[in-house]
Ligand binder design. Structure first.
Ligand SMILES: [Zn+2]
Length: 160
């Protein structure tokens, strides 16, 4: 989905066909100022950026404009390249599709700790048996020409 598609029929947002792979949202969407920059950095540079509140020593990923703890505005100087690696905080193995059918190959969804912030994403090039909480994982990006400025520009994280 392009970021700025417009919905021409409001009724399309009021129901979801459970057999459909995606929710049919076609409305104008913006990720906000911080979200837009976060996704542009993913797309253009293949980098994950957060914003860090120096007062609270807290890094937000994806980047945010305000600290949730002290409400300080986070400025350009607060943007930090957090690298493309993190620590496996938690994971779950998904055996069924959204409509309840058995998947050909289970997928693994993980919470990845990057600089103290949790990012939810897929794990790849591994099986459940390879995983250990606390182990290091690294983002694998799509080739730059195929990135769209969305979280799916990261194909998955894989164990190091
Ligand atoms: Zn703060």
């Amino acid at each position: 989905m392009a970021i700025l598609e417009r919905n021409t029929r409001n009724i399309d947002n009021r129901y979801w066909n459970p057999g459909a792979e995606y929710f049919p949202v076609k409305n104008r969407y913006t990720a906000g100022v911080a979200g837009q920059r976060f996704f542009e950095e993913l797309k253009e540079k293949g980098k994950i950026f957060g914003t860090k509140c120096e007062t609270c020593n807290k890094t937000y990923i994806p980047a945010r404009l305000y600290c949730e703890r002290c409400f300080a505005r986070l400025e350009d100087k607060d943007w930090v390249d957090v690298g493309t690696e993190g620590t496996l905080f938690s994971f779950t193995v998904v055996h069924e599709t959204k409509s309840g059918e058995k998947k050909e190959k289970p997928s693994i969804i993980a919470a990845i700790n990057i600089s103290g912030s949790l990012l939810i994403h897929r794990l790849g090039e591994c099986s459940e048996e390879d995983l250990q909480i606390g182990s290091r994982v690294k983002a694998k990006f799509k080739p730059q020409a195929k990135r769209k400025g969305e979280i799916e520009d990261i194909l998955f994280f894989k164990p190091l």
